[in-house]
Design a protein around this ligand. Structure first.
Ligand code: FAD
Ligand code: NAD
Length: 465
């Protein structure tokens, strides 16, 4: 096969890699992208998008079940609700299929050449790709490593059979009667809640003494209440020991020393993700590491000239929008523009019920950084729109410097609050002060009014509480 030479080679077409390649193509950089699975990576195929589709379907189903049981204050009635999970999965696959096709056509439109196969470095400028039709050698001036991440496996619960990762959970065609979830982080809670709504008896086992350790307890309390209302048992401070000898249960030991036997048809292990730093010839290079991740600087340069790394392979937070922002920046740098990582915040959204958003510093983080702060918190129970949506649980909280009122962070928990992450992000990124937020007219009736009210509260004169 004839060798390809190009200015930019991107390895991995997840959100980091495909965005980098599209932007580079737009800028006229001669670009090739290699992907061994499907364009869109973890996010579009087995991550963000399919999980949100299933979460949405589960939510609709749970609402219908509640209506059928007469638990609907709006007077809506339903009869005998049922779910055909195979059909739900087919609907979800339709969405991911459309998106991955969309990514391929965007790459083509930007003039990017797509090579399908596993890429392996031969040296710092040369990569060999195992394609269906043989080996393709690619020589590039610049190479971006965007190989992403993979689920962490527990030695006593290797994936296979009943023990599944998020990928397995997102392709189940029948709702498991009993589901044990190991890990109460992002995926364990997002999918644990979804399967509880679909009708599974869910038990979540978490090693630490709290759920969602990334967020403060004020933010996670509404989620804990919802888990309890759905009948999900959460075992905190609990160690998993492995499957029972007959394979019908998960064995665990609680913090108080109690041995638990959790009957389970499926065991979903969601104890984190690990960067994909093997399988692409790292041994042929001299790349510095930052713990388990590839070390990068503020321009996503690795320790080798001409080799960049972006996305999950480079560190926390392992989020799609961080990968995309890095990809866009690196493409611009390679095209000759002066760019470096200057973001104030990377929003984090947990698509639990209710949803949690955090942008910038929490009160504890601000205090730990030695800041004198003002905090304003406004509850959705005092927000008209939230009432009309039956979504009164939760609040918006703003954290600002006490002296000049510069907003340091904004957090919130509530149904549908993920959509407010944009307003929160813009406020932090643009250096808004409490007065800017309070002085912006927020449309009525919207949940976003809680944001303006939280700023007013911090200024000492909230109007609606
Ligand atoms: P990836 O998306 O992992 O893509 C890497 C790509 O590289 C893959 O397609 C892989 O096949 C390819 N590759 C690897 N090695 C090679 C090789 N040698 N040759 C060729 N190709 C190779 N993030 C959010 O921001 N919001 C969410 O709601 C969210 N939900 C998630 C839900 C789940 C269930 C999971 C698992 C993850 C979720 N994430 C979410 C995380 C998000 O998916 C990742 O942060 C994101 O996909 C990282 O993008 P990336 O480009 O770094 O890597
Ligand atoms: P996570 O890091 O969010 O949570 C893992 C949880 O497992 C933690 O609470 C940890 O204490 C616990 N744990 C670790 N070892 C354990 C053990 N042996 N027994 C019991 N509990 C154990 O990891 P995740 O849920 O697998 O998600 C991986 C990553 O994917 C996230 O960190 C995030 O970057 C990304 N993600 C993001 C979103 C989103 O943005 N909404 C959604 C899903 C995934």
């Amino acid at each position: 096969m004839k060798e390809i030479t190009c200015k930019l080679l991107v390895i991995g077409a997840g959100p980091g890699g495909y965005v980098c390649a599209i932007r580079a193509g737009q800028l006229g950089v001669d670009t090739v992208i290699v992907e061994m699975a499907k364009p869109g990576g973890t996010c579009l195929n087995i991550g963000c998008i399919p999980s949100k589709a299933i979460i949405h379907a589960a939510d609709d189903f749970a609402k219908t079940v509640a209506m059928a049981a007469g638990r609907n204050a709006m007077g809506i009635k339903a009869d005998n609700p049922a779910i055909d999970l195979a059909k739900t999965m087919a609907w979800k696959d339709g969405i991911t299929g459309r998106l991955t096709m969309g990514v391929s056509s965007l790459l083509k439109k930007a003039g990017v050449k797509i090579v399908v196969g596993r890429a392996k470095f031969r040296d710092g400028k040369t990569v060999a790709v195992e394609t269906e039709t043989g080996e393709q050698v690619i020589r590039a001036e610049n190479i971006v490593i965007a190989t992403g991440s993979a689920p962490v496996e527990l030695p006593m619960l290797p994936f296979g059979g009943k023990v599944i990762s998020s990928t397995g959970a997102l392709s189940l065609t029948e709702v498991p009667e009993r589901l044990a979830v190991v890990g109460a982080g992002y995926i364990g809670l997002e999918l644990g809640l979804a399967f509880a709504k679909l009708g599974s008896k869910v038990t979540i086992v978490e090693a630490l003494d709290r759920i969602l350790p990334l967020y403060d307890t004020q933010l996670t309390q509404p989620v804990a209440r919802r888990l309890a209302a759905l009948g999900v048992e959460v075992l905190l401070g609990t160690k998993v020991k492995g499957p029972s000898s007959n394979g019908e249960a998960l064995l665990a030991k609680t913090g108080s020393g109690e041995e638990r036997r959790i009957a389970a048809d499926r065991i979903l292990v969601t104890v984190g993700r690990k960067p994909v730093t093997e399988g692409w010839g790292r041994e042929e290079l001299e790349l510095d590491m930052d713990g388990r991740f590839l070390r990068i600087d503020e321009q996503c340069r690795t320790s080798m000239r001409g080799i960049y790394a972006i996305g999950d392979v480079t560190g926390e937070p392992m989020l799609a929008h961080r990968a995309m922002a890095q990809g866009e920046m690196v493409a611009e740098i390679i095209s000759g523009k002066r760019r470096s990582w200057d973001k104030r915040a990377i929003p984090a959204v947990c698509f639990t019920d209710p949803e949690i958003v955090s942008v910038g510093m929490s009160p504890d983080e601000a205090k730990a950084a030695g800041r004198e702060i003002k905090i304003g918190q406004f509850p959705f129970s005092a927000n008209g729109r939230a009432m009309t949506l039956s979504a009164e649980e939760g609040f918006v909280r703003v954290v600002a410097r006490a002296d000049n009122h510069l907003v340091l962070g904004i957090q919130g928990v509530g149904a549908g609050i993920s959509e407010l992450s944009a307003a929160f992000g813009i406020a932090v990124e643009m250096g808004a002060r409490l007065e800017d937020i309070a002085g912006t007219i927020h449309a009525h009736p919207t949940q976003s009014e809680a944001f303006a009210e939280s700023a007013l509260k911090a200024l000492g004169h909230a109007l609606h509480v």
